[in-house]
Design a protein around this ligand. Structure first.
Ligand SMILES: NC(=O)C1=CN([C@@H]2O[C@H](COP(=O)(O)OP(=O)(O)OC[C@H]3O[C@@H](n4cnc5c(N)ncnc54)[C@H](O)[C@@H]3O)[C@@H](O)[C@H]2O)[C@H](O)CC1
Ligand code: K
Length: 473
């Protein structure tokens, strides 16, 4: 939800606007539950759940409304809730604040609006919330809970202690799984979050990437890139991209003569060369051994399409059961390989067609086609284009970052390497979506500087900033 909020904000729909819609929806349900002139007691907490009800107070002029804030106004925890409180103060609405359980009084209202705590909370209710919840449960008023009854976990429906027993819940945007087990009416209200905030990647997607300060070397990914042959730069780009996207270790397995060059690109890489000038099935047992201890394998950058190399990819994937990003010439093997591995395939549209998939100029049609093909394959697809389409056959994401300058060679290798690093820490669909977003963002930053003259290594340098997370209240 936090990710969707940030994406909505980046589309020009800030959270305060969503709060206005939520508050409006709360007031609408109040009107359904109580006649004009009835007394309505709004019990508001200090977070955004309380903020929703503070908005509702402005929409209930035909009612006898009292608003009780649990806690001192200075401790309201978000700017948008505080602004809505201040608007009520300035409007001389009937307000009271309660800082302890002794002074809490509910009175005898017809309707209670429980807006103490919503989805931002875990654990048992503290005071004065717990006392207020008991008073609400003892009263004969109809109880309307905002988003989730206070004290109930929105995901599980369980309560760690006392919780509000609501007659009705008005929840926003989407059903909350925890509400199903409760004995009350639930209304789901659309609050105007654009569908695009969920479909298109955006800055909110980066929220999933916050690093744990307690983590150790290897926790953020140990990635093996297998490739190189006719193309020598590709595996080096992919491996460096994995490091720039946060992997702790990046290894490259490639033909011996390529290995010398790859090592020349960066001393940060661990490179091992195998004999000959291309991958063959003779190399597969050794690769499987190395791959077994890695988080993710990125298979394909610069590999070439020698029959012996493709046979080796087939043999590797048949025996491998970890996570692999498959790119470039290795992709054509995927449709007829029987594998236990989790694959993220990163074709451009030409490679997609070569795999047996279909494409279309219209991105919405392409989205349908990609979803169907991903379902057939049983793997995640990230199909590159002006709009990248990511699908696991069930859920889809679309990425709009990037620019025409990125058609230069090597940007696909950067994307494959970044996807490998992210797949060590995120589920496959998310890894592909975040990688596409960040790769395009890095490309946009490079284009700001170099226009159409950008090169793939410009993206490498800009990947860390492109992956930087967002602070959100
Ligand atoms: N897009 C959306 O999801 C929207 C949601 N809205 C509403 O926002 C709330 C969630 O708001 P948030 O500020 O994140 O959290 P809460 O209001 O639920 O709670 C924060 C508040 O509670 C205090 N607190 C924490 N734990 C406890 C405890 N155990 N006992 C007592 N108090 C506790 C904490 O200190 C904070 O002050 C969501 O439910 C929706 O109602 C929107 O406004 C619209 C968009
Ligand atoms: K609530």
């Amino acid at each position: 939800m936090a990710a969707v909020d940030v994406n909505a904000e980046s589309l020009g729909v800030p959270r305060k606007q969503l709060m206005e819609s939520s508050g409006n929806a709360v007031a609408r349900v109040c009107r359904d539950l109580a006649d004009p002139g009835s007394s309505v007691a709004i019990v508001a907490g200090r977070g955004n759940n309380g903020g929703d009800a503070l908005v509702a107070a402005r929409f209930l002029k035909a009612y006898d409304v009292t608003v009780t804030l649990l806690g001192r106004p200075e401790t309201i925890s978000t700017d948008i809730a505080r602004e809505n409180w201040e608007a009520l103060v300035a409007s001389e609405v009937d307000l009271q604040t309660v800082t302890d359980s002794v002074t809490f009084e509910l009175g005898d209202p017809d309707l209670v609006v429980d807006a103490m705590l919503g989805t931002g909370v875990t654990g048992a209710l503290r005071e004065p919330e717990a006392t207020a919840a008991r008073a609400i449960n003892e009263s004969s008023a109809t109880v309307l809970a905002v988003d989730v009854p206070s004290g109930v976990d929105a995901d599980s429906g369980e309560a760690a202690g006392v919780a509000v027993e609501a007659d009705h819940v008005v929840t926003f945007h989407d059903d909350k799984p925890g509400l199903e087990s409760l004995d009350c009416d639930v209304t789901v209200e659309d609050i105007g979050i654009p569908a695009a905030a969920e479909l298109f990647t955006g800055p909110g997607d980066l929220l999933t990437l916050r690093r744990d300060p307690q983590s150790h070397k290897g926790d953020h990914g140990d990635v093996l890139v297998v490739g190189g042959g006719p193309y020598t730069g590709a595996p080096a780009l992919a491996a460096q991209a994995a490091l720039r996207a946060g992997a702790d270790l990046a290894r490259v397995a490639c033909p011996e003569y390529v290995a010398r060059e790859v090592q020349g690109y960066s001393e940060n890489l661990i490179v091992s060369g195998f004999d000959g000038d291309h991958l063959t099935t003779d190399h597969v047992p050794g690769l499987l051994d190395v791959a077994a201890d890695r988080d993710v394998v990125v298979f394909g950058p610069g590999l070439g399409d020698h029959d012996e190399s493709l046979a080796a990819v087939r043999e590797f994937l048949s025996a491998y059961d970890g996570t692999a990003v498959v790119d470039a010439d290795a992709l054509q093997v995927v449709p007829d390989v029987d594998t236990e591995a989790t694959l993220i395939c990163t074709p451009h549209q030409g490679e997609l067609v070569k795999m047996g998939g279909e494409t279309d100029d219209d991105w919405e049609t392409r989205r349908e086609l990609v979803r169907e093909f991903a379902a057939d394959l049983g793997h995640v697809l990230l199909v590159k284009g002006a709009y990248d389409v990511v699908s696991d056959g069930d859920e889809d994401r679309v990425n709009r970052t990037g620019n025409p300058g990125m058609t230069v060679g090597g940007t696909g290798d950067v994307l494959a390497g970044a996807t490998g690093a992210l797949a060590s820490v995120l589920p496959p669909l998310d890894a592909a979506a975040v990688a596409a977003y960040a790769n395009g963002r890095a490309g946009d930053a490079a284009a700001d500087e170099f226009d159409g003259g950008l090169v793939a290594t410009d993206l490498l340098e800009r990947l860390p900033a492109a992956l930087e997370g967002y602070q959100h209240e």
